[in-house]
Design a protein around this ligand. Sequence first.
Ligand SMILES: [Zn+2]
Length: 282
Amino acid sequence: MPELPEVETTVSSLKNKVLNRTFVCVWAEEKSTELEKIKGKKIRDVKRFGKGIFISLSSGDTLFVHLKMTGHLLLGNWKLVKDPLDGKKIWKAENKTMREKVNGFLRYVFFLDNGEKLALSDLRKFARVSVFSKKEAENYIKKLGPDPLLIGKKEFKKLFAKKKKEIKPLLMDQNFIAGIGNIYASEILFKTGTDPRKKASNLTDKELEKIYHATKILLKKGIRLKGDSTSDYRLLDGKKGGYQNHHLVYKRQGLSCFNCKKKIERIKVGGRGTYFCPQCQR
Ligand SMILES: [Zn+2]
């Protein structure tokens, strides 16, 4: 699932490419009357809160996109053509990168006033696209925990101290701290030598401080590398990000730890696959 670095990369590229563009019309695989509201509206701003994309419109509404499991936004050009096999209409991408299979599950196509199209490709169909009023956007943001890139050290330590829950699911709880998911949580806990099953309340002040710093360092590294394309996440132009080539433990089960050479294991913590080194993380 796209996490903070992936969503941040998408948001900053959107800001570069579509600011002040107007939505001319929308095509949706499943008809949506809600989306009629964005027609003729100008894109005033694009922001990230947690893992959510907030596109502010000239009407005061917000086009909200949550990529969930396999969703990603693409900017390019497609044409509706007839499938030679069954005669159904399908979107045909104009270039090779966009024709990569992962980019071909278009659920929404937004037509912009410069002729370009913004599309959402989503294999598993969990992604959410909604039009929020000002109040709805505010309410959504209010429920999120603080942003790990903006939170201060003192506030971070206070947030985690005395929490009885295991550290890994806490890091991934969007209402507690918003933006971290399975990839970066695994990486952060390896970098700090923390057992992902350890209860936050059992972590020392020093350990929490380490987690605080590692969180910022790794999320920023993720952004620098334009996100992680282990799964379906892609950049706006359909290309892959780079973080998947820098994993410390994520999806490295059975391979040697970069620190101690012991084998990385995969266990379940809070119901989620968790990668860790049993030697380095205690
Ligand atoms: Zn190790």
